[in-house]
Design a binder for this molecule. Structure first.
Ligand SMILES: Cc1cc2nc3c(=O)[nH]c(=O)nc-3n(C[C@H](O)[C@H](O)[C@H](O)COP(=O)(O)OP(=O)(O)OC[C@H]3O[C@@H](n4cnc5c(N)ncnc54)[C@H](O)[C@@H]3O)c2cc1C
Length: 95
């Protein structure tokens, strides 16, 4: 590839993931983010088990596991009726 670095616009999960994957593949990358600083926005997010395959590929699993909080229990409920959702898993003892 000729020319300058690949420009990635936006430093959210998508942009940071793309920039990291491109950089690990040997491409020069420039990432621009309009926010003045990175930080927590509103809330943490739940990540399903399938995303850990990608963390492994990006070499991020150790850092993520250090920062992550693991719920001790998880109930999936209907927001309208406050009932356990049919077929939902109830997980206890760590997820
Ligand atoms: C309250 C809340 C709870 C959520 N909970 C979960 C959850 O539990 N599990 C889950 O998987 N997902 C969750 N999500 C969704 C998840 O956070 C988003 O899907 C994900 O963060 C989107 O990432 P993104 O990189 O595509 O976009 P964004 O995170 O929106 O990133 C886009 C970035 O681009 C920047 N940008 C925009 N325009 C420009 C520009 N012109 N120049 C430079 N920078 C620019 C923005 O400032 C931003 O930083 C939640 C979302 C919210 C709001």
């Amino acid at each position: 590839m000729s020319g300058g670095p690949i420009l990635v616009v936006g430093g959210g999960i998508g942009g940071l993931g793309a920039a990291l994957a491109l950089a690990r593949a040997g491409y020069p990358v420039r990432l621009v983010e309009k926010a003045r600083q990175f930080g927590e926005v509103w809330a943490g997010i739940q990540l399903g088990p399938d995303v850990f395959a990608m963390f492994d590929r990006l070499g991020l699993r150790g850092a993520i596991e250090e920062a992550a909080v693991r719920p001790e229990a998880l109930d999936m409920r209907c927001a309208l009726r406050d009932q356990m959702r049919a077929g939902a898993a109830r997980v206890h003892g760590g997820a």
